[in-house]
Design a protein around this ligand. Sequence first.
Ligand code: G3H
Ligand code: 13P
Ligand code: ZN
Length: 384
Amino acid sequence: MLVPMRAILEAADKYDYAQGAFNVNAVCQAKAVINVHEMFRSPAILQGADLANGFMGGRTDFMNATLEDKKKGAKNIADAVKKYGTDSAIPIALHLDHGKNFDSCVAAIEGGYTSVMIDGSHLPFDENVELTREVVKYAHERGVSVEGELGVLAGVEDHVFSANSTYTNPASAIEFFRKTGVDALAISYGTMHGANKGKNAVIRKEIAIAIKETMRHEGIEGYLVSHGSSTVPQYIVEEINGLGGELVNTYGIDVNQLIEAGHCGINKINVDTDIRLAVTRNMKELFAREKALQNSASIGAIYELLEKNKAAFDPRVFLPPIMDTVMFGNIPDDDVARICKCVEDGVKEVVGTLIVKFGSYGKAPKVELTTLDEMADRYKKAGI
Ligand code: G3H
Ligand code: 13P
Ligand code: ZN
């Protein structure tokens, strides 16, 4: 069943485990994320990033996606999540990741998302509050959850305490929760996006502890989110490079630090890069093992893109030859089915591992099954 994200985070907070949130860019990824969560009886949060919606709307040059492209893509991904998730026994939230502006959030909600992030972290505090409040008002009237962001995830070396520190200031986080009414807040505490997080990145868990502890004292019921949390498994990096990949300086966050953060106030942990890496490795391996596929009429062009972009690991670089499959899940022949299996197996390998590590396995029954209408009523009664 599809639920607002808040219902899933309430359970994670109450039962002291972390909920992974996994990015998807194609219909078969959504299917695999749902399937692996079902297998582990875990609640599920699927995320479509703003640009992912552009890609799912048919823009292979997704960096240039328009609002119209994002609207189409949001609907395509939401339709897939509904197809595989509506009758599922586990609670599932579909969340917009890094929503750029109010219109992106509206597009996602109209498409069928049950949760949105508005990322105003680049704005001055007051403007971030104003934008986030506007989204909260629109979303909460519809029962949709909202995540905001405060603090900038930057290079690890930049993280110093000074007037322009990029870490989230715990006092500002409390003020942000109060002024905006957001359900969840992404904080900057030592993680960063992508596959180059530095060899020994250290999470400053004290920031999460300080915010969460103060929230308890102040009676603020909200949830903290860890972005940029891929673990970048070294065995996958080595396998990609062993298959001719050119990944350099690729390091993630040590999973034990994430597990600890999950007991220090972090409720949601965002992972995208690990999935991208596993899917890329699987596709490279397929073409290395079965050379005849390199000349396939339907997927040979994917092989060419893999060969041309040896330092890349974003499947969106490689999948443009099969956009009908990406956007709608259509599988025209056996060769395309082989690529879908690469994608699905990659998702299951890394997501399954993290469901177990983060401790969300078996927790599906702990989530209160709440509809968007019921959640809208709750917000209305609480005046948020
Ligand atoms: O946090 C960002 C995600 O990894 C999404 O990346 O904006 O390239 O779709 P994207
Ligand atoms: P990674 O790049 O570490 O996977 O982070 C993903 C993320 O924060 C999505 O919002
Ligand atoms: Zn992020």
